[in-house]
Design a protein around this ligand. Structure first.
Ligand code: ZN
Length: 299
């Protein structure tokens, strides 16, 4: 009986020639190359087509070049990337690009628009990217402080508290989307509408302002909730609240909910919209609205 011939042991990836290819009879590439080529396929532009392409670069829009040579726009884009080439039929004047980038570095988009009215700022800034970043990176202690204030202190007050250059309320939202990758609402407590079901009457709550909610909302800190759980709550609820209260103790470095309430009041009074009505802050965009944020109310 004939057996199929065993494959030679050194059966290498056709792309990198280093790694053994995937364990499948039809595989051509190693796992890494296969994933990479799936995202960035090769152009498959022939040498003859490449010879046609080179003199056309920079003279026509890329779509027209591709049409003239008879390849797809994607094939042209891939070939340019592989060859390390660029094709721009209507490039900006390099002096203009340099001037715009310097103005952007110091004044941002509004300053560029004022000085260069006809220029599309993002087209230059996002392509050439040759400027000092307008905002500084978050430090570790700042990130921890933001977690302590999560869902308790308004974004406006947080932004003023950190005082990072060029970073306002939106930077707090960005931090939660990009770094924490979760909403900040429930990090420090549970909304009263949910806490009401598992807490005894008289549980202390804090009244806080969310950027997305039209009015102030009441919230029970985990450290308060763990002290005021109804005796008949299921064990898994009790366990969950105890774990969250332990987390809050660790985060704030105290198991005293009064310290957290004092932190909220201090931050809102010193940096919030509501504590200092006459105070003018640079960069404030949102006018003060309706209810004030405070602490100490009861459910
Ligand atoms: Zn490979």
């Amino acid at each position: 009986m004939d057996h199929p011939v065993a494959r030679p042991p050194a059966f290498l990836c056709a792309e990198c020639q280093v790694e053994p290819k995937c364990n499948h009879p039809n595989a051509k590439y190693c796992h890494g190359c296969r994933e990479r080529l799936r995202r960035q396929p090769r152009s498959r532009v022939t040498p003859g087509q490449a010879a046609h392409l080179r003199p056309l670069l920079g003279t026509l829009p890329k779509r027209d070049i591709a049409r003239r040579v008879g390849i797809s726009l994607a094939a042209l884009t891939r070939w340019l990337r592989e060859e390390g080439l660029h094709s721009d039929s209507k490039p900006y004047d390099p002096a203009l690009v340099a001037a715009v980038l310097r103005v952007y570095e110091h004044g941002g988009t509004p300053a560029v628009r004022q000085l260069f009215p006809g220029v599309r700022v993002r087209s230059i800034v996002e392509r050439y990217k040759d400027f000092q970043p307008r905002q500084i990176r978050w430090t570790g202690p700042q990130t921890i402080e933001a977690a302590r204030m999560a869902g308790l202190v308004t974004h406006t007050a947080q932004a003023r508290y950190f005082g990072r250059p060029g970073a306002w309320e939106g930077s707090i939202k960005s931090l939660w989307i990009k770094r924490f990758q979760c909403p900040p609402r429930d990090v420090n407590g549970l909304g009263v509408s949910l806490a009401w079901w598992i807490a005894t009457p008289g549980t202390p709550a804090v009244v806080v302002k969310h950027s997305t909610a039209p009015s102030a909302v009441a919230k029970v800190l985990w450290l308060d909730l763990v002290q005021h759980l109804r005796p008949d709550v299921p064990d898994w609820v009790r366990d969950a609240v105890q774990v969250l209260a332990r987390f809050q103790t660790w985060l704030h470095g105290t198991d005293d909910p009064a310290a957290i309430r004092a932190m909220i009041q201090e931050r809102e009074a010193q940096y919030g919209e509501y504590g200092r009505p006459g105070q003018q802050w640079r960069g404030t965009r949102r006018p003060a609205r309706g209810h004030g944020a405070g602490a100490g109310e009861s459910v």
